[in-house]
Design a protein around this ligand. Structure first.
Ligand SMILES: NC(=O)C1=CN([C@@H]2O[C@H](COP(=O)(O)OP(=O)(O)OC[C@H]3O[C@@H](n4cnc5c(N)ncnc54)[C@H](O)[C@@H]3O)[C@@H](O)[C@H]2O)C=CC1
Ligand SMILES: O=C(O)[C@@H]1CCC=N1
Length: 267
């Protein structure tokens, strides 16, 4: 059985652990974590029902697969302090934004087996979208293991590492962008006199229905837009207003800003 080590026990690594447990993909006794202090590691492990290690070194030593789930800035200071020999024969999965396979190798072992994964916050619901990029020395058996783990908690897309920044923008960051859209539409309804909680529920239900309609009926966005826009009706006026206010350009700008920051983190 594969032993998984989680370095970091914040939003994402906790979400992965919860997703793997809920989907019965990995049992609790095969998972060990650390957080920023031993007290936090112990507390987190108790809540999740998994093991904790007394140090990051002890965590890595006992594992087959190490999932790096601390912030990129933390990993950049922490990884160079860890004895490089500990990384031998480990599969290293990094979910950190920005850090490249090459950078991760420089901070661990030049020949390290690295998998970059970019999941998103919906992972604890087993609804993540996870981008995957492999270093060239990953075997087919290791790829099968990675797919098995991350398909259990959402969908997976294997990409060239150069495309990771784009996936991060449209999938990793997507829960925040989508929540912002929900908030804007809900508050627009508040301005018209509806209570906020009612507006929010309506917006979320309408969005879920729309997304299922696009996915299950294999509709292109403009097919659906044209179906909704009745001639001389209301929607076409709203769509024209959104276009006049450059919604598409606004989204292009947000993706570009996200990519710029990702590239800064890789410096
Ligand atoms: N938040 C998000 O939506 C996403 C985040 N990511 C990436 O996942 C990583 C984690 O992000 P979050 O979970 O949101 O952050 P977080 O701040 O919730 O969790 C970070 C964890 O690292 C731990 N940590 C800090 N120093 C440590 C040390 N020396 N040893 C062991 N653990 C230590 C903290 O105790 C905490 O449990 C980041 O690299 C981020 O780029 C990737 C996809 C989505
Ligand atoms: O904001 C971040 O850096 C991380 C990566 C994708 C989502 N959250």
């Amino acid at each position: 059985m594969t032993k998984l080590a989680f370095l970091g026990a914040g939003n994402m690594n906790t979400g992965i652990i919860k997703g793997l447990l809920a989907s019965h993909t990995v049992s609790a006794e095969m998972m060990t974590l650390t957080a920023s202090t031993q007290e936090r590691s112990k507390a987190k492990a108790e809540v999740l029902g998994v093991n904790y290690a007394e140090s990051n070194e002890a965590l890595i030593q006992q594992a087959d697969v190490v999932i790096l789930g601390a912030k990129p800035q933390v990993l950049m200071t922490l990884l160079p302090t860890i004895d490089t020999s500990l990384w031998q024969n480990k599969l290293i999965i990094s979910i950190a934004a920005g850090l490249t396979i090459e950078q991760l190798r420089q901070m661990t072992l030049p020949e390290a087996k690295i998998v970059r994964i970019m999941p998103n916050m919906n992972i604890s619901l087993q609804k993540s979208v996870s981008g995957i990029a492999y270093s060239t020395n990953i075997t087919q058996t290791e790829k099968t293991l990675v797919t098995h783990l991350f398909e259990a908690i959402g969908s997976t897309y294997v990409l060239d590492e150069k495309d990771f920044v784009t996936l991060t923008a449209i999938a990793g960051c997507s829960p925040a962008f989508t929540a912002l859209y929900v908030d804007g539409l809900s508050r627009a309804a508040v301005a018209q006199g509806l209570p906020l909680d009612t507006s929010r529920e309506i917006v979320i239900d309408a969005m879920i229905g729309t997304l299922l309609n696009l996915k299950e009926n294999h509709l292109a966005p403009w097919d659906l837009i044209n179906q909704v826009c009745s001639p001389g009706g209301t929607t076409i006026q709203g769509v024209a207003s959104l276009e006049k206010d450059q919604l598409t350009t606004t989204l292009f700008n947000a993706v570009n800003a996200t990519i710029r920051r990702d590239e800064e983190l890789s410096q």
